[in-house]
Write a protein that binds this ligand. Structure first.
Ligand SMILES: [Fe+2]
Length: 259
């Protein structure tokens, strides 16, 4: 007899939730929650897996389709608002009934979820794989990669162990640090976001380069969003930005004079 796998909660930390455009939805978290929200003008799909085969980097069997809560208590009301987003603005529609009394979801154009636990990153002992090897989703003009705990390049002392310095030519780059120890960045904590626009050089911090010589693994969980079109930082984003981020690349000997 096979042992029944442990029951997992319906939604939990580390879940990706893909909601196709045009889907009427409502989020009802059971507790105060924080989400990284990525909005795309195109459909979000799964990248070609190429030589790795269709079961990499996760098996399609791990994808889950959320089911509506049974017996969800609904407040008594006579008007139900529905907000349609277009060009960053919302139009309010009002229904005399609940417009999302959903029985269930079916088909391949539906809401689906994937937990980062079920993603099996690829690695090489002797070759530093580019970030695109960790692509989880693709959309028009955008790719979403997931960096997860994995072994470093320990098979050759000459092998590159940390990302190389680079300046993106075609893509803006956003990194969201979800959990763990971010080996290529110093002073980064979970919940932080970095933004590297096109043309701006960046790479691993000095401490990360030194530490990579002895480390065997990385324990990070991070999401990278590369966008073909330039991004603008909103006023809310500017209000919480660190203007001295550039100084984080200074070597320790010069850090004393850093602002
Ligand atoms: Fe980058």
């Amino acid at each position: 007899m096979r042992r029944r796998p442990p029951q997992r909660r319906r939604r939990e930390r580390g879940d990706y939730l893909v909601i196709p455009r045009g889907t009427v939805y409502r989020l009802l978290p059971h507790q105060p929650s924080r989400f990284l929200v990525i909005e795309s003008v195109g459909e979000v799909g799964i990248p070609e897996r190429g030589l790795l085969g269709r079961h990499a980097l996760f098996d399609m069997d791990v994808l889950k389709v959320p089911t509506p809560e049974a017996n969800m208590p609904e407040p008594r009301r006579t008007a139900w608002p529905l907000f349609v987003q277009r060009c960053g603005r919302h139009t309010r529609l009002t229904y005399p009934f609940n417009p999302i009394q959903t029985v269930g979801y079916k088909g391949d154009l539906t809401v689906w979820q994937l937990n980062v636990r079920d993603i099996r990153p690829v690695m090489s002992e002797r070759y530093h794989l580019p970030p695109t090897a960790h692509a989880t989703f693709v959309a028009a003009n955008m790719v979403i990669c997931t960096f997860l705990p994995r072994g470093l390049e320990t098979g050759d002392p000459e092998a590159l162990r940390v990302p190389f310095f680079h300046a993106n030519i075609d893509y803006d780059e956003v990194l969201f640090y979800h959990d763990g120890d971010f080996f290529s960045r110093d002073g980064i904590k979970a919940g932080m976001v970095t933004f590297h626009p096109q043309g701006i050089h960046h790479g691993p911090h000095p401490k990360a380069v030194a530490g990579a010589q002895t480390r065997q693994r990385t324990n990070e969980q991070a999401v990278m969003i590369d966008t073909r079109n330039p991004l603008e930082v909103t006023a809310a984003g500017r209000a919480v930005c660190n203007p001295d981020y550039w100084a984080s690349w200074k070597r320790p000997s010069t850090d004393r004079s850093a602002p």
